[in-house]
Design a binder for this molecule. Structure first.
Ligand SMILES: *Cc1c(COP(=O)(O)O)cnc(C)c1O
Length: 368
């Protein structure tokens, strides 16, 4: 199957094999080596000196951990959203009793740092700002460096969902002033779903000490004190950690700058291919993501039927739209390890599937 969804993604063989190893005692010395190795590697990919914790749960788990460990009920937080995952961050904060102010930008566009600055200037009470680095639902990457600068100038806690960017797109936790950064294993990390990661700056640890939101499973204080002994508080997803140890080595051996360049090349290839078919990109060119490409479903084509026929006739799996974009866009994933031939085949199948469905390219960008 040519799995072109924005997570889970196909896993390279050597990582699959690593994950198939026999279990070990998670309170023993072998696990201590494993978790210490992983933590070292994660810090390199995060480009941080901060603590990075490995939590067992999906990406949303680390988003929840980010909220409950830094905030108290009644705290004012600014949620900056450009899509479904930005909205999810706000919902989590609301569920735990934060007072959530919202700043939204049209879906398909990125955060405008100037508007963010004006908003923050008017809201002195804001304690933390919630930002999605790469909005997977719309295929847009925010300029987190500029956004982070505005938030740091305003002296706020910067909490980032980097789940579909970190390990694929340029990311600099420390240089960009990110206090808390959430990531998830089934995205560019090239392993199975089930692990999530969370970095905590010194400022984030100070916030943790004051935070009064309820927490138990996601308590990062417990996670940190166990990690100092080479353990996790609860039984972790050991099999995924085996795989992660190998994938981190692959990413670091390749060189992070090369990984970023590879994703840029994949993004260019998919956008060009989609244009050539005569389809219209959904995200603005200036902020289009290099891990997931969003594409308008053309008039007269039924999204469900098209994606269904791609799956059954061509074995290519492309994601549909989420929320209000359901039926309106499709999303092609290109994060992690993607053989060039898989992308070429996915684009070829998309063209054939559209031809079969009677699609007639009408605008001038189409070159056949
Ligand atoms: C995948 C994803 C998530 C988390 O999803 P889970 O299903 O909980 O792993 C959150 N944010 C973004 C931007 C994502 O791409």
């Amino acid at each position: 199957m040519n799995l072109r969804t924005p997570g889970p993604i196909p896993i390279p063989d050597e990582i699959l094999q690593a994950s198939a190893k026999q279990m070990i005692n998670h309170r023993g010395p072998e696990f201590q080596d494993l978790v210490n190795n992983i933590t070292q590697g994660l810090k390199q990919v995060y480009r941080t000196k901060n603590d990075v914790l490995t939590l067992t749960g999906s990406g949303t788990g680390s988003m929840e951990a980010a909220i409950v460990n830094t905030l108290s009920p009644g705290d004012t937080v600014l949620s900056v959203s450009i899509g479904v995952f930005g909205d999810r961050f706000a919902q989590i904060a609301e569920a735990y009793g934060a007072k959530v102010e919202k700043l939204t930008f049209p879906w398909g566009t990125a955060i405008d740092p100037n508007v963010l600055k004006e908003t923050l200037d008017k809201m002195p009470n804001v304690k933390a700002v919630l930002v999605t680095h790469n909005e997977t639902s719309t295929g847009v990457t925010n300029d987190l460096e500029s956004v982070g600068k505005v938030i740091k100038d305003a002296d706020k806690l910067l909490i980032v969902d980097a789940i579909s960017s970190l390990s694929s797109l340029p990311f600099y936790t420390d240089d960009w002033g990110c206090d808390v950064v959430a990531a998830g294993s089934q995205k560019g990390w090239m392993v199975a779903p089930g692990l999530s990661f969370l970095s905590m700056s010194e400022r984030a640890w100070s916030a943790f000490k004051e935070s009064r939101m309820p927490k138990f499973y996601w308590d990062v204080g417990k996670a940190k004190s166990y990690l100092d002994r080479g353990q996790t508080p609860w039984t972790p997803a050991i099999a995924i950690m085996y795989g992660l140890e190998v994938s981190l080595k692959m990413l670091i051996d390749e060189g992070l700058d090369n990984v970023y360049d590879r994703h840029k090349a994949m993004g260019d290839k998919v956008r060009e291919g989609v244009n050539n078919i005569g389809l219209e990109l959904f995200a603005a060119e200036s902020c289009a993501s290099n891990t997931v490409t969003s594409v308008h479903i053309p008039d007269g084509i039924e999204a469900k039927e098209l994606l269904g026929s791609l799956r059954t006739d061509y074995d290519v799996v492309i994601a549909g739209g989420q929320g209000s974009l359901d039926g309106k866009i499709m999303r092609i994933g290109h994060m992690g390890y993607v053989p060039d031939k898989d992308l070429t085949e996915a684009l070829g199948s998309l063209k054939s599937g559209l031809d079969k469905a009677g699609f007639q390219p009408k605008y001038s960008g189409a070159r056949g």
